[in-house]
Design a protein around this ligand. Structure first.
Ligand SMILES: C[S@@+](CC[C@H](N)C(=O)[O-])C[C@H]1O[C@@H](n2cnc3c(N)ncnc32)[C@H](O)[C@@H]1O
Length: 220
């Protein structure tokens, strides 16, 4: 997108300006009197520049304004991951959930998770904790959402042939054990990603990205 194409009229940060930062944009040109009159813009970002990892359309927007805009158009699928061993995939899954605009991410098990892989995207993504599978399953039932387990186990249906409801929770397992028996029991179906090489599985974060992409391909 060029600056001229940006609907907000904000500089997009692309293009070889000698003084421009390589990531993000510098201060809005001119003084406060010349700043755009839009409550979504954050005065501090206008003054200091915006180096955050956000798409160009959100440059200079406050975090609250970005979250409100995302909330208005989130997709109706949720993502859940079991967390009994502080799985390092969770941060990456949160980042992908943000990219594919999931309604919410659910952490099932331990409350603490390693945020490093999220690259700050968790600030823009609703993340909910459930003490155990029973609490998560009760929440899904109450929300009227079928739980679709994602794992390559006996009886899994390849995702390209499986039904993928528009409103659903996609549930992923951990490195090593995969989904627990309780988690599989809470699911209405199990889907798998077809593989062709020698490894038994891909990692949970990669699997989550593939399945979220597939959901978006069908429904977004
Ligand atoms: C590394 S896998 C471990 C368990 C796996 N069942 C195995 O036999 O090795 C961790 C998680 O990643 C996801 N996953 C990895 N590869 C997958 C595949 N081919 N199809 C579906 N899910 C997969 C699942 O959610 C799984 O619980």
């Amino acid at each position: 997108m060029t600056d001229a194409e940006d609907p907000t009229g904000a500089p997009t940060g692309r293009g070889p300006e000698p003084e421009a930062p390589t990531h993000g944009v510098g201060p809005w040109p001119g003084g406060p009197d010349e700043w755009p009159d839009d409550p979504r813009y954050d005065p501090e970002l206008l003054a200091e520049g915006d180096r955050r990892n956000v798409v160009d359309g959100y440059r200079y927007w406050s975090m609250d304004a970005i979250v409100a805009d995302l909330d208005a158009k989130r997709h109706p699928f949720h993502v859940a991951i079991e967390n009994w061993q502080h799985d390092l995939n969770i941060g990456t899954i949160v980042r992908s959930a943000n990219a594919f605009l999931a309604a919410e991410v659910h952490i099932v098990g331990k409350r603490r998770w390693n945020r490093r892989g999220a690259m700050v995207t968790d600030r823009y993504q609703h993340v909910r904790h459930h003490e155990d599978v029973a609490a998560f399953a009760a929440w899904a039932r109450g929300a009227g959402l079928p739980v679709i387990a994602v794992d390559n186990i006996e009886g899994s249906v390849p995702i390209d042939r499986a039904e993928l409801p528009r409103d659903c929770v996609l549930l992923f397992g951990q490195e090593g054990p995969g989904l627990s028996p309780e988690a599989l029991e809470a699911a209405t179906g199990v889907v798998e990603i077809t593989q062709y090489g020698s490894t038994r599985s891909i990692n949970a974060a990669s699997a989550a990205a593939v399945i979220m992409y597939e959901w978006c391909r069908r429904w977004a």
